[in-house]
Each structure stands twice: as structure tokens, then as C-alpha cells.
Design a protein around this ligand. Structure first.
Ligand code: FAD
Ligand code: FES
Length: 266
């Protein structure tokens, strides 16, 4: 086992990963490249639970895996500064290390899609990053991709050019300062419904819309956020209710963060 891989507890893996690069790609939005053995186990849609390198912050912070390069043993995370933890992450630079738990969660089911398939990707704001690996992997299989991205304004637009390498991309902004004015529904309501799968990640309002719009679609997926503590299924801080049940719940960290539409209460 690699010496940086400190311990494994069942399926939980902890590793000290190396910071390869960090760059601010939009105001308060950072791209962080990490290197380590853990990359080998990563799948699109999973997340890393990062220890804040400051002992006054006990809880780890969950950040989605944006892209995976197994050959280089590197992965890319894209995050926005929200509070103290992400502000501390933004000070990391090449050569620093980060205590990482992961990869966590179930990830997106990308099975059974090929060059005869058509897929819709829908991302909002800082929910766009996990769709990048989905686009990369499906494009490599010849899947036809249509991507709809929603942002608050022009300054917040990220990853448009990278996603455009893999298929058609529509961008909406709430204030109309870039692309189409409005939210993603302005575009999606005009698309036909002939998608073999739908993958989405974004703010709660967008996830509610996708959940309703594709409620009965057999392969429409939502990547959801919730406040987390343990990040490994033990504390039940992150639970969502299941439709028509008072007793069954789903943990975002362990049973998700990806859920099929119609399977959790939003
Ligand atoms: C599965 C998952 C994937 C995520 N992926 C990304 C990503 O790719 N890029 C990105 O910018 N952000 C992502 N987030 C949100 C990110 O985890 C929070 O913005 C971050 O934890 C805030 O920490 P902070 O210390 O800067 O802010 P603070 O507000 O000071 O955080 C205080 C506490 O609240 C928790 N918290 C705050 N906001 C959230 C939130 N939205 N979700 C979960 N816990 C929260 C923190 O973990 C911390 O314990 C993701 C969240 C989840 C659950
Ligand atoms: S954060 Fe502890 S169970 Fe999900």
C-alpha cells in the first residue's frame, strides 16, 4: 500500500493527497488538482470529504469530484468559497497536502449508454463541476450529449468551453448578462423528451424542477447536497425523506448523493 494511504476502515479510505495545482477560475471559485492513490477508485458523481487543515474546524467539507485522470493519479475539484473551510482550502498551493476521506457516495450510473444513446446534462452554478467527468466518459463512448447550464450572471459562468468539447451546450443566466435570460427550464421545456438518461446537479430549486419534469423517467438522476457531519453514513445528519413513508429515509452521503427522480422528497 502506498505510504500516504494512512488507513482503511472497511470501505472508508483516508489518504494524505498532494496538491498539484490551484487556480481561481472565476471570482471566489477555485480549481484544485489533487494527486494520490485514491484516484484509482474514483467514479463520476462521487465526492471527497476534506479535512480543513486548521484544528478549529472539526467537520470535514464535502466537495464533488469534477474530473478524474487515473493515468496521472490526479483528480480535479472545483469549489466556491462559502465560509471558513473553503476559504482555508483556497490558500493551499502546489506541494501542500490535504487529508482526504473518500471517494464517498454512489456516483452516477453511466451503464448501458453507447453511440446510439442521447443524454441530457443539467447543471446549475457550483453544481456544474461533477457533470464534467460524466460528459468526458459518455463522449468517449460516442453518446450524443446536450448540456444546459444555469448561472446567476456572466461572472459565475464556469466550464462552458470544456463541456462544449463534448456536445451542444446552452447557457442561461438569471439576469440575462450572458447566454439566454432565465433559468434552465427556459431551454429544457422546449427540448423533446427523447433522452435515454438525464444527469443533473444544482441548487435546490433546480433539483425540484428536474425532479418534477423528469419524475417518471426511468433514468433521470439528481445529485443532491445536504449539510453533512460524518460523511460516511453513521450520524444521519444528512437524511432525506422517501415519498409515502414516515419511517424510511435516505442518507445523502451514503445512499446518494445521486438519487433517481421521484425517489426522495425535495
Ligand atoms: C455531496 C456534496 C458535494 C458538494 N460539492 C461541492 C462542490 O463540488 N463545490 C462546492 O463549491 N461546494 C460543494 N458542496 C458544498 C460544500 O460542501 C460547502 O460549500 C462547504 O462545506 C462549505 O464549507 P465552509 O466551511 O466554507 O462554509 P461554512 O458555511 O462555514 O460551513 C459550516 C458547516 O456547514 C457545512 N456546509 C455548509 N454548506 C454546506 C452545503 N451546501 N452542503 C453540505 N454541507 C455544508 C460545512 O461542511 C461545515 O460543516 C458540496 C456539498 C455536498 C453535500
Ligand atoms: S453525514 Fe453522517 S450519515 Fe450522512
Amino acid at each position: 500500500m502506498n505510504p500516504t494511504c494512512k488507513k482503511r476502515m472497511g470501505a472508508i479510505r483516508l489518504e494524505t493527497m498532494k496538491v498539484v495545482a490551484q487556480e481561481e477560475i472565476a471570482p471566489a471559485i477555485f480549481e484544485l488538482v489533487l494527486e494520490g492513490e485514491m484516484v484509482e477508485a474514483m467514479r463520476a458523481g462521487q465526492f471527497l470529504h476534506l479535512r480543513v487543515p486548521d484544528d478549529s474546524h472539526l467537520l470535514r467539507r464535502p466537495i464533488s469530484i469534477s474530473s478524474i485522470d487515473k493515468a496521472k493519479k490526479q483528480c480535479r475539484l472545483i469549489y466556491r468559497i462559502e465560509g471558513a473551510g473553503t476559504a482555508i482550502f483556497s490558500t493551499l498551493s502546489q506541494g501542500d497536502t490535504l487529508d482526504v476521506m473518500g471517494p464517498q457516495g454512489n456516483g452516477f450510473d453511466l451503464s448501458d449508454l453507447d453511440d446510439q444513446s442521447k443524454v441530457l446534462l443539467v447543471g446549475g452554478g457550483i453544481g456544474v463541476p461533477p457533470l464534467l467527468e460524466v460528459a468526458k466518459e459518455l463522449h468517449a463512448r460516442g453518446v450524443k450529449l446536450v448540456t444546459v447550464l444555469g448561472f446567476a450572471n456572466k461572472d459565475a459562468v464556469i466550464l462552458e468551453k470544456e463541456l462544449a468539447q463534448y456536445g451542444q451546450v446552452f447557457v442561461t443566466t438569471d439576469d440575462g448578462s450572458y447566454g439566454i435570460k432565465g433559468n434552465v427550464s427556459v431551454v429544457i421545456n422546449d427540448l423533446d423528451n427523447q433522452f435515454d438518461a438525464v444527469y443533473s446537479c444544482g441548487a435546490p430549486g433546480m433539483m425540484k424542477y428536474i425532479n418534477q419534469r423528469f419524475h417518471d423517467h426511468p433514468r433521470a438522476y439528481l445529485s443532491l447536497e445536504s449539510r453533512m457531519a460524518c460523511g460516511m453514513g453513521a450520524c444521519y445528519a444528512c437524511v432525506l425523506k422517501v415519498p409515502d413513508s414516515e419511517t424510511v429515509s435516505q442518507r445523502v452521503c451514503e445512499d446518494g448523493p445521486v438519487f433517481r427522480t421521484g425517489t426522495v422528497v425535495l
